[in-house]
Write a protein that binds this ligand. Structure first.
Ligand code: MRU
Length: 358
């Protein structure tokens, strides 16, 4: 996708394969900065501190992290250590474990002396696969948006999304945004309502930024506005991403997604989850088993942004003595999900339909 008119991906290896570049997402939208990851610890820190975030991108960064680790120590112990360090960075997005399993299995069956170069090639392959999956999600979602747009008789199709399941959460295209970008390219008029997504404001900072860069019509709304807009017939469809989907179709995504799904159900607004097959965890029978990341209190008690002076500032918004609770994700029960858009097609959110993917 584009930043300042230039085609970019979120992650790419440097020319000699000794490092991997990322866009530092903690600085967006105020600063566009790249960071070079040189080793395992850099990659682990980038995931943990959310310089990269979003389930698919976390997975691809972890694979590159293993590849960087193999340049220092390609032994079985080195491989096991790299997997363990990366696995511990964030708990909810299953794409992390998926990517570590993929690259781990691939490297385990080859001699140590081949691992250094093969690991980097494999990580690049996972990154390319992510782009292809998201593009296919876009094509499958486009069919849904096209049908819904016909009912609008030329007026813009109004889409609500939560958090950032955009290209910045993947290598390219995004999951929830891929159908939007495909619809834009197909000439379908659309307008996106972007939930700000407190506490880290991925909607305001990232989704609004990337839609703006792509020239997609959008408006930022506070997290509490979605229900009101749906009640007043101002939203035609919701599309969100997912961090982990259980075998029964329960979908875990950024905190607040569940409330949007409830409002959508109550108002007859279709609610779609867009995710690659790597986001499914068929080992979990239901969403109640998904580990929910509990994050730092200061994400709730403070807010960051750019002052009119151009300085990046963080301010406290709660009394100094007020404690905060900060679950990072919630689970939307399958009964509230209209369909799950994957690279393999659109599936009903139930165990029987999803079994075909396992
Ligand atoms: O905490 P984050 O920013 O990593 O959370 C991201 C989300 O919840 C996304 O919606 C999800 O990972 C889907 S990304 C295509």
């Amino acid at each position: 996708m584009l930043i300042a008119g230039e085609k970019r991906t979120t992650i790419w290896p440097d020319a000699d394969g000794n490092g991997v570049f990322i866009i530092d997402q903690t600085r967006l939208p105020h600063r566009i900065e790249t960071v070079l990851l040189r080793n395992l610890d850099d990659a682990a820190r980038a995931i943990k501190d959310m310089l990269v975030r979003g389930a698919p991108l976390i997975g691809v960064t972890a694979a590159y992290g293993v590849a960087l680790a193999m340049r220092a120590d390609a032994s079985d112990d080195g491989l096991a250590r790299a997997r363990e360090v990366l696995r511990k960075t964030r708990p909810t997005a299953v794409n992390l474990a998926w990517a570590l399993e993929q690259i781990g299995q691939f490297l385990a069956q080859m001699p140590e002396e081949l691992r250094r170069d093969s690991a980097m090639t494999f990580a690049k392959h996972l990154a390319e696969k992510d782009i292809a999956c998201n593009s296919a999600i876009g094509d499958n979602g486009l069919a849904i948006l096209r049908t819904l747009a016909e009912k609008r008789e030329g007026k813009p199709l109004r889409i609500l999304t939560h958090c950032n399941a955009g290209w910045l959460a993947t290598v390219d295209w995004g999951t929830a945004t891929a159908p939007i970008y495909k619809a834009q390219a197909a000439g379908i008029p659309l307008h996106v309502f972007v939930d700000e997504t407190r506490p880290r404001n991925q909607g305001a900072f990232l989704t609004a930024f990337e839609l703006g860069q792509q020239g997609v019509s959008h408006e930022l709304i506070v997290d509490n506005a979605g229900g009101h807009l749906m009640q007043h017939g101002e939203v035609d469809v919701c599309i969100v991403g997912a961090d982990r989907i259980a075998a029964n179709g329960d979908a875990c995504n950024k905190i607040g997604t569940y409330l949007k799904a409830l409002a959508a159900k109550d108002n007859g607004v279709p609610f779609y989850v867009a995710a690659p097959v790597s986001t499914f965890d068929f080992a979990l029978a239901s969403g109640s088993l998904i580990p929910i990341e509990e994050r730092a209190q200061d994400e709730v008690t403070h807010m960051s942004g750019e002052a009119d002076s151009g300085e990046l500032v963080t301010v406290r918004i709660a009394p100094k003595t007020t404690p905060a609770k900060n679950p990072g994700f919630d689970v939307t029960p399958a009964r509230l999900v209209t369909g799950i858009i994957t690279e393999k097609g659109v599936f009903a959110a139930d165990a029987q339909a999803l079994a075909a993917l396992s």
